[in-house]
Design a protein. Structure first.
Length: 256
């Protein structure tokens, strides 16, 4: 799994404190069921996509995804919670220059968006043959970082576009189909028998012969008039007693 980066044009917020000191940095870098901008495809993140990722991630609060501009860390001063809206983070103040700078830049409106780095375990593509393919991320693998960004319009879509290309080239096995020449359907006393494959006519003929034989009178007619069913040019040729059943097979086939 390769890292992807997404940004949204929703700024983080600063929780004001009554004493006037620097407050917590709060944001929603992931919003569920929200269409992304057109990135060559439209993307949504499904509710619950981060549930397992939160258990296996060690998430940092970074400005512009820059490890040198770390202002928070999960388990230290960064709390992440999932709710119906999406993923929320709260970075409480720590006595570092970076935290104070990031908080001031968010408050002053210099950092106008949010972003997160992540990997994808499961996604679903649809409308891939149109001008607006749609991707739904259903399970995120790991979340690396969250935080404010200077350029929320920036989208790193190279990994997702490779996923789209792979989806377009997936070989989908078509459902089995049958033409009139490939299937024989026989109904006897309300019970339906279906025969397909190379031996379909042989199997149908055997069933006809079975029914015919069970209805042969005690004193059968001369053997010369009771030829066994055979296969001739993909047609079933049956003895006199089986012709009515064979006509029923033809009738069923014509109706399909």
């Amino acid at each position: 799994m390769q890292k992807e980066v997404r940004s949204i044009s929703i700024p983080a917020q600063i929780e004001e404190r009554a004493d006037g000191k620097v407050g917590s940095i709060v944001g929603y870098p992931i919003v569920y069921n929200k269409d992304s901008e057109d990135m060559g495809f439209i993307e949504q993140i499904a509710p619950g996509a981060v549930t397992e990722a939160l258990k296996r991630s060690d998430i940092r609060g970074l400005k512009n995804h820059d490890p040198s501009l770390i202002f928070a860390r999960q388990g230290v001063n960064l709390t992440l919670t999932e709710d119906e809206k999406g993923l929320k983070y709260v970075a409480t103040p720590v006595d570092t220059r970076t935290f104070k700078d990031v908080a001031d830049e968010v408050k002053s409106g210099l950092l106008t968006g949010q972003s997160f780095g992540f990997t994808v375990i499961k996604d679903e593509w649809r409308d891939i043959d149109t001008n607006s393919p749609r991707r739904t991320i259903t399970e995120i693998g790991e979340i690396y970082d969250v935080g404010p960004v200077s350029y929320p319009a920036y989208k790193d879509t190279s990994v997702a576009l490779r996923s789209l290309d792979a989806a377009k080239h997936e070989v989908v096995e078509p459902a089995p189909t049958f033409t009139l020449a490939e299937i024989v359907t026989l109904t006897i006393d309300g019970e339906e028998f279906v025969f397909d494959g190379e031996d379909r006519f042989d199997l149908a003929a055997e069933k006809i012969e079975e029914v015919r034989a069970s209805s042969i009178p005690t004193n059968p007619v001369d053997a010369d008039t009771e030829s066994d069913p055979t296969i001739i040019d993909d047609e079933v040729v049956v003895a006199e007693e089986g012709k009515e059943i064979f006509e029923r097979i033809n009738s069923i086939l014509k109706e399909r």
